[in-house]
Design a protein around this ligand. Structure first.
Ligand code: UT7
Length: 331
């Protein structure tokens, strides 16, 4: 069996910075409320006609490939994680294959929302472990700002979520670097706690004439319930990963939790008693970029020298589905 290492990381965010004050000029909220409840100070919004989920993913992927010291032709397979694909079908993976000019490699789309990065990581790891592929591109990208209800009713979504992309090249390891384990979970009874229902194939016609009057056309989140489950499930899944590798919390050099809300990440940090130098958060700058949040944080942590080869990294995520996941790896 082969092992998988992170060979390169990239990120891309749109130019447009939306500070809390700008949001407060559109909806009934304040900078103070957003900072206190979420830690977020600003986020990025895509530019229609310039950015798309696939194009942002492609930009992040180009950086990841370059950092890995590879050529595009070395990529054997694409995994694309998003909740906001360019189209309902086909998925955005094939668009990245085209935009990067890759050979006719396979492209798989993962629809696991905030847990999409770790689900994608786990899939790539299995393909590399079996020897089927040597270099896999994992792309995570989201355009969420164009689904916000920018009235007071939609404020709980609009203040949190942002746009951006992160990408990894995962390669067959030739040294000690390896993904130690990944752990994937779901609990579909909570599907409607965080959902964008419309347009839906449950209807006679996918686009019903009264679509613009239907509440389900806006994303819905039961914030408090999601919050509560997030801390519990992310903590559980970290313990699961530590047990699987016979490690304990002292062995974690850096924890990167899905950047859902700074209070959630800090809640998990507190449960494990980790000092600030052993966690990385950047939700303050980008908001919650769903599948892209961990790879964006990973890129910045690496650029800032927050971890090095041989360090033990832990990822954990929770979101719509509910889905949650963790991964432990030796970088
Ligand atoms: O990515 C993974 C999935 N998502 C998450 O993990 C997010 C999880 N949830 C959260 O992060 C939080 O629940 C929110 C940030 C969405 C909301 O924070 P909260 O502390 O749970 O606030 P709340 O909904 O309980 O509301 C508290 C108060 C209410 O006022 P009253 O009833 O106490 O007077 C709300 O009306 O804050 C009010 N409020 C706001 N005020 C200003 C709610 N949203 C806002 C807002 N601006 N945007």
């Amino acid at each position: 069996m082969y092992q998988t290492k992170i060979a390169g990381v990239g990120m891309y965010v749109p130019d447009r910075i939306v500070k809390n004050e700008e949001l407060a000029s559109m909806i009934d909220t304040t900078n103070e409320w957003i900072v206190e409840r979420t830690g977020i100070e600003q986020r990025r919004w895509f530019k229609p006609g310039v950015d798309s989920t696939s194009s942002m993913g492609t930009r992040a992927a180009e950086i990841a490939i370059e950092k890995a010291g590879l050529e595009k032709q070395d990529i054997d397979f694409v995994v694309f994680a998003t909740l906001s694909p360019d189209y309902i079908f086909p998925g955005s993976g094939v668009l990245v294959q085209e935009q990067l000019g890759l050979d006719t490699v396979g492209a798989l789309d993962v629809r696991n929302q905030c847990s999409g990065f770790i689900y994608g990581l786990s899939i790539a790891d299995q393909f590399i472990k079996t020897g089927q592929y040597q270099n896999i591109l994992l792309v995570c990208s989201e355009v969420q700002s164009n689904t916000f209800d920018l009235t007071d009713e939609g404020r709980s979504m609009a203040v949190i979520f942002g746009d951006g992309a992160g990408a990894l090249v995962l390669s067959r390891s030739e040294d000690e670097s390896q993904i130690l384990s990944t752990h994937l979970h779901s609990e579909g009874k909570y599907a409607k706690e965080l959902i964008l229902e419309e347009p839906s194939t449950l209807e006679e016609k996918r686009i019903m004439p009264d679509l613009m009057q239907r509440a389900g056309r806006w994303p819905y989140m039961n914030g408090r319930n999601v919050f509560k489950h997030a801390i519990t499930r992310m903590s559980e899944s970290i313990n699961e990963a530590l047990e699987a590798s016979d490690l304990n919390k002292e062995d974690i050099d850096l924890l990167i939790a899905h950047q859902a809300n700074l209070r959630i990440a800090q809640g998990v940090q507190k449960k494990f008693g980790l000092s600030d130098d052993r966690v990385f958060n950047n939700i303050q700058k980008y908001g919650n970029t769903t599948a892209a949040s961990i790879p964006i944080a990973l890129f910045e942590a690496l650029e800032q020298g927050r971890f090095k080869r041989g360090d033990v990294l832990c990822f954990t995520a929770f979101g719509s589905g509910f889905t949650w996941a963790s991964a432990l790896l030796k970088y």
